[in-house]
Write a protein that binds this ligand. Structure first.
Ligand code: ATP
Ligand code: MG
Length: 467
């Protein structure tokens, strides 16, 4: 090797480096050469080390293992005479035979660096666990109850989708049918299950923030942008799944950007100049009629086709009433555990009522109805669900208000108008609750316009949010 202008060869410069201890032993473990830094650490002269058996010089040496196995040991802790170091011992091989071993260790400040790295790794791992928890899918196909032929069909199709881990899936269905459950289950059952599942609620993020939320931004991208920039959901989900919930609400400007990402599999961060490549599966869900939205120019046709590669249509509950008993028993168990109630039965009449109702809020409404019924039954000291616990509107025929209360004596004197108004108020309040206080969904479920719903809320003085 060429000497540098110090007059020393590169090898000498390396081996005489004051931060490195270096030693070479031959096949038998006899020290062939040692650098002066190592001699200083050993507090020995060259004559006391060279030509001696390494096991006698440094009893804890790893060089003998390397000579025996022919395999290098890299990055182990090495402490000698009070010095803490990180060491490597590598075999010297000639004609496929181990002819010796070269060991070197870096020390002093490096140890601090190791502490630092260890601390950082600890921190990184805690964050990793937190992110994994935050961005993980909680449901599997086993959590999706329903063995009606319709549900079996959708589940089968969803399981097929899970197997094709890069296929885009579009999940449609009325509010509360279980679209989110399916998105989770598909991720959990796919090859991507160990990687993140990141949900983005396209309806909940203001248009101005959606791009940064999806694709991230670089430092200084805009006033108020976080130092060091920010990862977008697509980057966070790399290797896993991005679940674009309420995709029908995505603003048109973002739709064009999303289309490019789906086609090119890359994007640019806000304010960034380099494309970022990601490998994610996109699952999208909506309860709105996307085809109609396309016709009204509210949704890009090309994006619709790009998303609609594999379509899962979750049937409304009223079209698979045979699932209701199974769901009821499932929720009774689930809610007993959560509410600490002891409901263990449901009367035939109550089950009939649940099976006959048309469930505009679907499974979510069924779950909420049961929750309320179970609390009521429990408050009355009972453990059997009866029709009187069920706040179902059509139950009026049987002498109860939608809130589940039986008619009082004085009710007979009530005018039809008052009774209807009371019914309307309860019905709207229930629907709002069952649609998660989402006015658009509630209006849709009620079959009325949102502006009309607002008028009714005002008229009946109904609080339009969860307390
Ligand atoms: N098949 C099912 N088995 C068990 N629970 C279900 C099922 N379907 C829905 N649920 C329950 O109903 C609730 C609503 O489901 P989910 O959030 O998936 O509905 P969604 O279709 O996404 O509704 P939205 O359009 O309003 O967002 C869930 O919390 C879940 O507990
Ligand atoms: Mg949903």
């Amino acid at each position: 090797m060429e000497p540098l202008d110090t007059g020393l060869g590169v090898i000498e410069l390396l081996t005489e480096n004051p931060s490195i201890c270096a030693i070479v032993v031959d096949q038998k473990g006899t020290v062939v050469s040692v650098n002066s830094t190592y001699l200083r650490v050993l507090q020995k002269s060259k004559e006391e080390v060279v030509g001696k058996y390494i096991g006698d010089v440094t009893p804890n040496t790893r060089t003998l293992v390397v000579l025996r196995t022919g395999k290098g040991v890299v990055g182990y802790d090495w402490s000698i005479n009070g010095y803490n170091m990180i060491a490597c011992a590598l075999p010297l091989i000639s004609n496929q035979t181990v002819v010796g071993c070269f060991a070197f260790s870096l020390f002093m400040d490096i140890w601090d660096a190791k502490d630092l790295v260890e601390n950082l790794m600890f921190e990184l791992n805690s964050y990793r666990n937190e992110v994994r928890n935050l961005y993980s899918a909680h449901y599997t196909f086993a959590s999706i109850i329903g063995s009606s032929p319709k549900m079996q069909n959708v589940k089968f199709l969803a399981q097929q989708a899970a197997l094709h881990s890069s296929t885009t899936v579009l999940i449609t269905g009325e509010s509360g049918t279980g679209k989110e459950l399916f998105a989770h289950a598909i991720h959990n059952c796919s090859q991507r299950s160990r990687l993140p599942f990141v949900r983005v609620n396209c309806a909940a993020i203001p248009e101005s923030l959606l791009e940064a939320e999806l694709f991230g931004y670089v430092e200084g991208a805009y006033t108020g942008a976080r130092k060091g920039g920010n990862l977008g959901k697509f980057e966070l989900a790399n290797g896993g799944t991005v679940f674009l919930d309420e995709i029908g609400e995505m603003p048109l400007s973002m739709q064009s950007k999303l289309l490019v990402v789906l086609q090119e599999k890359e994007f640019e961060k806000l304010g960034g100049s380099r494309p970022v490549r990601v490998n994610v599966r996109v699952t999208a869900a909506t309860n709105c009629d996307l085809e109609a939205k396309v016709k009204q120019n509210g949704f890009r046709e090309d994006l619709y086709y790009r998303l609609n590669v594999l379509r899962l249509e979750i049937p409304p509950l009223r079209e698979r009433r045979e699932d209701i008993p199974e769901l009821v028993y499932h929720f009774i168990d689930k809610l007993n555990a959560r509410l600490k109630t002891k409901v263990n039965e449901i009367s035939t009449r109550a089950m009939q009522m649940l099976s006959n109702y048309h469930w505009p809020g679907n499974v979510r409404e069924l779950e909420n109805t049961l929750e309320r019924a179970m609390i009521l039954a429990d408050m009355q000291g009972g453990n059997i669900l009866e029709p009187s616990h069920l706040p179902l509107p059509h139950d009026n025929r049987n002498g109860t208000f939608p809130n589940g209360n039986a008619f009082q004596d004085g009710d007979a004197h009530r005018t039809l108008k008052t009774a209807l108004e009371e019914f309307e108020k309860e019905y709207i309040a229930n629907t709002l609750k069952n649609t998660g206080y989402d006015k658009e969904k509630a209006a849709k479920a009620l079959g009325i316009d949102v502006s009309w719903l607002y008028k009714k809320l005002k008229k009946h003085n109904i609080t339009a949010r969860a307390n």
